[in-house]
Design a binder for this molecule. Sequence first.
Ligand code: SF4
Length: 745
Amino acid sequence: MPLSRRDWIRLSSVTGAGLFGGQSLFGQFFQPAAAGPSAQTRTLVTACGLCDSACGMQATVTDNVLKFLQGLPGDQHGNGGICAKGASAISTAYDPDRLKYPMKRTNPHKDLTADPGWVRITWDEALTTISQRFGGYLSQFGKESLLFVSRNSPELWSRFMNAIGVVNRVDHNDVCYMVDRIVQRYTMGPHTFAYDFANSKYILLFGWDLLARNKVVFCHQMMAAKEGGAKVVSFNPMYSATARVADEWYPIRPGGDLAVILAIIQVLLNENLFDRDFVGNYTNFAEYEGQIRENFQKYTPEWAEKESDVPAADIRRIAREFGERRPAVAPLHKKTIGANHANATQIAHAIAVLNILAGTIDRPGGRYFPRTISIPGVDAIYPPPSYPSKTGRRVDGRNLLPLAHEANNGMFSTLADGMLNKFPGMIRGVFWQNYSLGGFPSPRHIAEALKSVEFMVVMDILPVDAALLADIVLPSTMFLEGSDLISRTNNAKSPQVVVRQPVISAPFETRSIGWLAVELGKRLAPDYFRTDSGAWISPSVLLDEKTKRAGLANSFAEFRSIGMVTKEQPFVPRTTFATASGKCQIYVPEFAQRGYAPLPEWKPKRDLPSAEYPFFLLTYIPGVHRRNSTQNNKVLHEMMPENSVIMHPSAAARLGLGEGTPAVVRSRAGQITLPVHLSQTLRPDCVLVAHGFGHVSRALTLAGGKGARDADLIPDQTIEEILAAGNFGGSGCIMDAAVAVEAAG
Ligand code: SF4
């Protein structure tokens, strides 16, 4: 049943969202507490929560109305700056579309195009209903019957999931950093995003367009590296922002990065251009030297040229430069490369080997482990009874990928297959928090799967697409309304903690996920949410305790007034590494023990161009948006309201397409229609679509119906396909598609 304009007006009056009434409701709520000449202006320190860089912020607040956000001098991440997304978070805080009250659906027919018939309910009704439904499923169908699509944080939420024994917690990390995390764990130790670019002399970038992604910490560091004389070489099928500041750019064939990296390693080994001191003392090279040298011998630059279109002479020269200009580093970050293709596990391993051979693991100019202040967790402060065992079937099949299972991340890419085909009917109840359907490959499949469950709860800031399928919708606070202690992790040679504090009050009846954990915990697992004295755990008392025990201040209130603590200390490089051998592992015995390749080897990407689908699909996340969560932000929407299909003029001309021509883009997974945008910045055999657009929900008055989902072109996976491809790190292959383009009829 499609929604009429009238339906949406009624919906808005219930949600307070959107079209008419919502604006005035919000206007009333945010009236200054004391208008007039007595207006009080305060500046509060807090930390951004839009991306994991969590840049320090200063918030200017007048009479409880947030007026301005700017960077925090001295903050190691933002270095006094914030990006457009962070600065525009005010528009999200005051977005009239925000969810305001708990609601339940009255229309039993679930479909993205159907009016859910939301009606407002009390928090008490919401909590009672959720605990009764989830509790009933647990006792009747066991722990495997619940699916939590949610991060494993904050820790109170994690405690709640542990306390009720959630088997099927699924997160997005198979389409993000899971592969890199797994590979790092076995090659060098705990996962880190910290790079000391400012002291690097040679930076090899495979895919990571770190300037356009606009994470302030990395942008600053890259520019510092350039100013310090570092040479930057960018391999990217498009002439990205980072490629433009690089000294050399190679329009590499998608998926060919692995070939180039293998060939660089081959040259480094053959010409003994690696850091002999580091490799000799801190790696397992000597133990496996024969296997290592033999493994890479076949990957010559001439071979790599055929797989990558990068000239062999350039590969050889770059390898020599990389080996000689120290310190050198080859970074890998999140989705970039490490989740894009079926050969991502091999890429992550090969990049790890490059960095180990460069001798820059936890060394100046390299990839290092952040120095942090230890902040005790909730389980240390209030030790819980033993958690119940997590028995039951894993709906996404992750248990068949032991390393991903151990990492406790993933799997978006196999969830729909599990729910629809492998274990139909097993999942009865779903809790869904802060995730977009568009973050899944083949989002139509996951929507179909969600329609099949009996009871679904969605908690979010905004009426996102998933909420249209929910039985109960819960309104969430956002970071400007929350409290936390935030450690620096991406630029952290000295430990630093920044406060996150509410700079505005939580509007209407919004609540935090930590609050929800305690409230559901009281009802479903009370023994895990009491202190020794028998009182319920209080998130604010917990925060006080953490602040004290971390030595930051005597209370969280005191730390709020301090804002930031830095413990300057000399950077002392590690001499032992948190692997089984205590050394950096080029050859990974644990991979061999599981029957996986212990050394990186060539594998092609999954979907290659064919007569039917002649183009590589590329996707990107525009610098002005935070994945798929900011398209309804008024300021950012104005900067980039929708996406297009970007093509090289020569390719478009062959198809009779010009600037602005509506075009259909098709893959084996689905199709979308977008206007063509011509650009000479990408290879003629590639098609580029920005991620984050194509929201269905018309309750998102700005973003709803604007643009199209790139994910509709990207095939999701089965566990069997992942295993057959040797993709043992479980890459979600979030860019691995080939497409055809034609004029829209
Ligand atoms: S880079 Fe931007 S979005 Fe990310 S934390 Fe910093 S200000 Fe926020």
